[in-house]
Design a protein around this ligand. Structure first.
Ligand code: PLP
Length: 277
């Protein structure tokens, strides 16, 4: 079941125009919601980010957010997915290829679907490996847009190196991972890059910072170096589909003895309690 604008279509009938600006320019925005037990997790935060991204890229939404919410809720019900993701993207619409915005009457195109996806408990427990790479993305990484080539190339480089993910840095300052935020733990204190234009303002990141505070774990939104990353006691990433993944190997060197650390474990347990039953 695919939602295109306001039509619910079987996958075999769903299609978009070759003149869609999302296809030519990556001229679109998106969100990925986590579905836990048939409910959208942190729904208001995702809508807030979608609205902000639309505003920042000067794109109008195809309908008021309440109407979009009604349609996505219906999609979720019709899809029957209990645990998984809901993907929604909105492009600036269909128009002959020309970089500047299309005529004002051009309708944005919304596309959404739900997929089953179990919680990746194996990787949450064992942890993953990562390599470090220069962050070659643009300077508005706070916007959740379809322009993902920087992340695609980085993730591919990790795959070719036999690693699970990549930790990006700009001139030695660690930003985030290819599709998740990064946190380090040193002497029991958490640090993560400030929510500025260089990282996506992750919703899981915000939840984890709140949980750290509630659990008496000092947490700092502060830039830190590759050197600090290498000296960290614990490293973990946060993201909608991953929740918290410990990173136990970086560039082939193990972090904190190669096992997920106690602060990561504590935050994982706290996160699990926020999942609706
Ligand atoms: N950073 C990047 C570059 C991402 O693409 C994502 C998610 O897709 C995140 C961070 C994590 O954000 P969230 O926790 O909202 O999924």
């Amino acid at each position: 079941m695919i939602l295109i604008d306001d039509r619910f279509l079987p996958e075999s009938e769903a299609s978009v125009s070759y003149m869609d600006r999302g296809y030519y320019f990556g001229d679109g925005i998106y969100e990925v919601f986590r579905i836990y037990n048939g409910q959208l997790y942190e729904k208001p935060a995702h809508y807030e980010r979608l609205i902000r991204t639309a505003r920042e890229v000067k794109m109008r939404l195809p309908a008021p957010i309440e109407t979009i919410d009604d349609r996505l809720t219906e999609l979720l019900e019709r899809s029957g997915v209990r645990n998984g993701i809901l993907y929604v993207q909105i492009t600036r619409g269909v128009a002959p290829r020309s970089h500047a915005f299309p005529p004002a009457e051009t309708k944005p195109v919304l596309l959404a679907y739900c997929n089953e996806l179990e919680r990746p408990v194996g990787k949450m427990q064992s942890g993953i490996s990562a390599i470090t790479l220069p962050d070659i993305r643009w300077l508005r990484c706070d916007l959740k847009t379809l322009n993902l080539l920087g992340s695609v190339l980085a993730k591919q480089e990790a795959a070719e190196a036999g690693a699970d993910d990549v930790i990006l840095h700009r001139d030695g300052i660690v930003t985030e991972c290819s599709a998740s935020n990064l946190m380090i733990v040193k002497d029991g204190e958490v640090s993560t890059h400030p929510a500025d234009h260089l990282i996506l303002h992750g919703i899981t990141r915000a939840v984890v910072l709140r949980l750290a505070e509630e659990n008496g774990i000092p947490a700092h939104e502060i830039a830190f170096s590759l050197e600090a990353l290498r000296q960290a006691d614990e490293v973990f990433l946060t993201g909608t589909t991953m929740e918290l993944f410990p990173i136990v190997t970086i560039d082939g060197v193990s972090v904190g003895g190669g096992q997920p650390g106690p602060v990561t474990r504590k935050l994982q347990a706290a996160f699990e309690k926020t999942i609706p039953i």
